[in-house]
Design a protein. Structure first.
Length: 323
């Protein structure tokens, strides 16, 4: 009963959650081991890195769907970005052209994943991560004008400067209403666009590998979320009180509106964050936290060995110290 009170979508049961949690724990360990095994084979490194990045996002989505504390998920988001950066490096090393981006905009599920990550950066107050997404994605799509995309450029332009002003996009369905919502004369019109977008969203992904997973007995359902719609509602300051669509993460918008970062918040560019993996020597005395430890702080002295948190689905145990 307690689990059912916390979940954010009705399709997730406790049995599904427990099974997937165990799966993500096992698969993350296996992928890391395989990466070590095939360390000299560039194509395998690229393939395994993509799989790990995708699985990390899916686990993040599962945790959100299960009702996880949003404030802690601000730290988890950086792990996803790190995993896609690792994939980008591996992909470019394996290809002759080293400008390849991690998300192919011609594939709607990859295009959507990129938008979801951008949206999460806004909603979780991690705008500091947006330049890292742009650094991975921009070059190949900025080399030719026919590769430019309005929604991608508009979305980043809420925070980043020198974005392209372009009137073309890769997918008309479902994204046209979301694109238009930024250019309406009234907030009411923008809200109507968002509502229309939410109706179109799920059917548009019939070709995506995660489509209808909730209907499969042993499917890997981790949640269906139109994160980018919520981010637009927040960025355009729209009234979402009448939105009831299941795929709309209303509590992410509530969090974005209410959260006030402290002076030493991890998103502050002047804040220094030290990073140390399990097995390494602690570089500085202080209160360290790790996503593998559900962000619970532990005190370590300089010179101590940083411990591994076993049975964690993030794979590696990475400790952070924010100064």
């Amino acid at each position: 009963m307690e689990f059912n009170k916390k979940i954010r979508q009705v399709f997730l049961t406790e049995n599904i959650y427990d099974r997937l949690y165990g799966y993500f724990f096992e698969i993350s360990k296996k992928i890391e081991n395989k990466k070590q095994e095939y360390s000299g084979i560039l194509e395998d490194q690229s393939r395994l890195s993509l799989f790990l990045a995708s699985e990390t996002y899916q686990f993040f989505s599962l945790e959100y769907t299960a009702g996880h504390d949003i404030s802690k998920m601000r730290y988890f988001l950086e792990i996803i970005i790190e995993r896609y950066e690792e994939y980008t490096i591996a992909l470019r090393a394996a290809e002759i052209d080293n400008d390849w981006a991690p998300f192919y905009f011609t594939a709607i599920d990859e295009y959507e994943r990129c938008l979801q990550l951008i949206g999460l950066c806004y909603l979780l107050h991690r705008r500091d991560l947006l330049p890292r997404i742009a650094a991975m994605q921009d070059k190949i799509y900025h080399e030719q004008t026919e590769q430019l995309d309005t929604l991608y450029e508009d979305f980043l332009s809420f925070e980043l400067t020198d974005r392209y002003d372009v009137d073309q996009w890769f997918f008309d369905n479902p994204y046209r209403p979301l694109i238009f919502s930024k250019y309406r004369d009234t907030k009411q019109e923008s809200m109507q666009d968002i509502q229309e977008y939410l109706k179109l969203w799920y059917p548009a992904f019939e070709s995506a590998p995660w489509y209808d997973l909730h209907k499969m007995e042993n499917g890997g359902y981790f949640g269906y979320w139109a994160i980018e719609a919520a981010a637009y509602v927040y960025l355009l300051d729209l009234d979402d009180s009448e939105i009831t669509h299941m795929i709309y993460p209303k509590d992410l918008v509530k969090f974005a509106r209410e959260f006030v970062p402290c002076e030493k918040d991890i998103s502050n560019p002047s804040t220094k964050t030290l990073r140390c993996e399990a097995g390494q020597i602690c570089p500085k005395t202080g209160e360290w936290y790790s996503p593998a430890n559900n962000m619970e702080k532990r005190h370590f002295n300089q010179g101590e060995g940083m411990p591994e948190i076993k049975d964690n689905p993030w794979g590696l145990t990475i400790w952070y110290l924010t100064e």
